[in-house]
Design a protein around this ligand. Sequence first.
Ligand code: ASP
Length: 468
Amino acid sequence: MTRTLISQTPSLIGQSVTLKGWVDTKRDHSKVVFIDLRDRSEKVQCVGFGEMSKIRELTTESVVEIIGNVKERGGKNVNPDLPTGTIEIEITDYKILNLAKELPITLDTDGKDIGEEPRLKHRYLDLRRARMQKNIRLRSDFIQAMRATLVEQEFVDIETPMLTQSTKEGARDFIVPSRFQPGKFYALPQSPQQYKQLLMTAGFERYFQFARCIRDEDLRADRGFEFTQLDLEMSFVDRDEVMKTVEDVVKTSVKAVGGQLKDEQFPVFTYDQAIEQFGADKFDLRTDEEKKAGLLSFAWVVNFPFFKKVNKDDAAEVEDGKSGWTFTHNPFSAPQDEFLQDHLDGKSLDKILTTQYDLVCNGYEAGGGSIRAHDPKVLRATFKNMGYSDSEIEESVGHMIRAFEVGTPPHGGIALGIERLIMVLAGESSLKEVVAFPMTSTGRTAVMSAPNKVESKLLKELGLEIKD
Ligand code: ASP
């Protein structure tokens, strides 16, 4: 018999159905045993009388196929808390598909009472709890809504390589050794920044990708080494056009998943205004009532300085800022027009403003982007201002300069942090609550225990030796 989803059972009174799912709870009243069966759609009460009371052999979270008759529940037996509460399933037969042993973690709470290690070690179980199911499904729906909006606006979904050359986003690179060229390494992408710009050179005009980005950053409680961003890039646009497009995509997709916005039009602050008003470039504009109501408050921040003095404690900054100056956001950005000459001349670096725009949501940085330097002179000047020699410029961005010499349109784009947005939408306070298999706070993978040692044979093939 074909499977019926539990959500459909209330409309099938009097019929025999085959249900498949997990034993959510079991109540054994000796002559009669009640099982709440759960599948992806709903839960329903199933009753085993007489011979069928042997269903008590099932443990909670076992997987079972139940055949039974859909019976109307009379009067006070109706459970108003359950969408299937008007009916129950009178079990006529069942088949155990997978018997569950005793569970290492409990699933009947929201899970916040359980430590991170056991939750992530048994993540496949942890994800079964209602809150996690809701979060991960919300993530899927939100991405789907964004994708639909972008495709409607003629954006093209294009994948870019994972094994690549370093692209600077202000973090350290994760590197992968090459077996064919021992002693040489790929970098995993900190973002698809350079490839998306090259797709503008390639004439696609509007690109997007839900891109996995990998950055070797110091771990914070809620952050791992990898994350996903909605990465997009557009040709023949100015700053306001990119901001408007992004604002439309965000508003449409937030509403599509039931999110509520504080402002229909996102307010714009300059960096100086933000610092003066809030003491930071991320801020929360909501009142306490708006916070309680779960509203999303977006705002833009513009007019950031292009360069900043190198922080000597930050290895990536020291590496980039050979002159003592490094970029604040993105070395591929264009300076604002009025600062172009100073930028080219390497003058008044502290005064130069970039075309960067950041999107802030409920006190978090939700994304950022810029109009890019598509003129090779300007990109060269950026790296010169950071103290790169001609040969160092050639080595790190020579390929970009050459692409900018063969017909690259003016372009700009943005990247939005997917986890941040879903976290805010789901009302969660940790990014890990919206990632299926996040890393532990100590940088170990969920369920499996990478990083691991590798066999010496593999190291040899890679031309690597591990020192104590
Ligand atoms: N590549 C930038 C980032 O990952 C975003 C952008 O400028 O488009 O933060």
